[in-house]
Design a protein around this ligand. Structure first.
Ligand code: DAH
Length: 339
């Protein structure tokens, strides 16, 4: 029996595995209830007295050898799982993850939102598929009004009442219909016009509409607000308002910012004048207020609208508006920005 025991001890010492199930099977084989060790413990009573001492020692040797073996194999296995685990080898050098860039339209849109939010404007949005009322009629452009021709409209199917909005002024109407003054909101979004695509114009582009309605709002408030905006966005505080016409505002104006004539690009961009036209604006026509359920005797307000694409071209010196919708990764990658 002693020989058998020694045989087992040498087998235990030889055993090795990196498989948890095999190690467990080994443990049960030796140390389990019906395992080899218990078998020998049960034999103890049959061992002649003079051999009991030696027998006991060798059985204990086997027990210790088996226990140590199981523990050390399990420990080895756990350590290797920690190292490679489900994440692979955590000590390998990392591969850099490519950071994406925001689209220049989004960058400029976010800059504009940021500037106006600092003076209390919230952000509102409306649908791109609009009805005639919100895009035209409520804005003082009744059917057959000649100003409708200024905006070549895409109609949805053949229904003349459903169209792709031609400007974000439609959101003004929706906002006034659903909110009571005081109102301070800007509405960024995509607009559509049936125009030939070229380096300077596209059949879809982006606008931000601004609307401010309260008691005693004046043209001076409009001018101050716009001057704050151009100073923040372009770093240019010199602006001028040229009389213009929009059906939804009275009086109406076109806003120019003085860009300067320092470089050759300034000359080219401003056609030698130093001035750049950046948006349309005006005092909201009392008729429009009435159409939207706001009493023009109690409230007045101003509105403005600008093209985001044009501003993005200006700020980033991009020469062709088509680049903004081609999704060329080499172009887009250049606009890594925090906005
Ligand atoms: N909706 C005009 C356009 O698309 C831009 C505009 C002009 C909006 C004057 C306004 C405004 O709110 O007051 O050309």
């Amino acid at each position: 029996m002693i020989d058998q025991l020694k045989q087992h001890i040498s087998e235990v010492e030889k055993f090795s595995s990196d498989n948890l199930e095999a190690i467990e099977a080994f443990r049960i084989q030796y140390l389990g209830k019906k395992g080899i060790l218990n078998h020998f413990f049960a034999e103890f009573k049959n061992v002649p007295n003079d051999q009991k001492k030696e027998f006991g020692q060798v059985v204990n040797q086997l027990k210790n050898a088996a226990t140590d073996k199981v523990n050390s194999l399990k420990e080895l296995l756990e350590n290797s799982v920690l190292e490679t685990g489900i994440y692979g080898d955590l000590t390998r050098p990392g591969e850099p993850i490519e950071l994406g860039a925001r689209h220049p339209i989004s960058i400029v849109k976010n800059q504009i939102i940021d500037i106006f939010s600092r003076i209390g404007f919230n952000v509102s949005e409306g649908p791109e598929i609009e009805d005639d009322w919100h895009n035209f009629t409520a804005l003082n452009l009744p059917e057959y009004h000649p100003a409708r021709d200024m905006q070549d409209t895409f109609f949805v199917q053949t229904n003349p009442d459903i169209l792709l909005r031609t400007h974000t002024s439609s959101v003004q109407v929706r906002y006034m219909e659903n909110n009571k003054p005081p109102i301070r909101t800007i509405s960024p979004g995509r607009v559509y016009r049936n125009e030939a695509i070229s380096a300077r114009s596209h059949c879809f582009f982006h606008q931000v509409e601004g609307l401010y309605i309260d008691k005693n709002v004046s043209f001076a408030d409009l001018k101050q607000t716009l001057q704050f905006f151009t100073t923040e966005l372009f770093g240019k505080s010199k602006i001028r308002l040229r009389p213009s016409y929009f059906p939804f505002t009275e009086p109406s104006a076109e806003v120019d910012v003085y860009w300067g004539l320092e470089t050759e690009t300034d000359y080219k961009m401003t056609k030698g004048t130093g001035w750049l036209e950046i948006m349309g604006c005006g005092m909201v026509d009392p008729n429009v207020l009435k159409n939207c359920g706001i009493d023009p005797n109690e409230y007045s307000g101003f509105a403005f609208g600008m093209g985001i694409d044009r501003i993005a071209l200006l700020l980033h010196q991009i020469s062709d508006i088509r680049l903004l919708s081609e999704n060329d990764i080499r172009f887009l990658e250049q606009f890594k920005s925090s906005f």
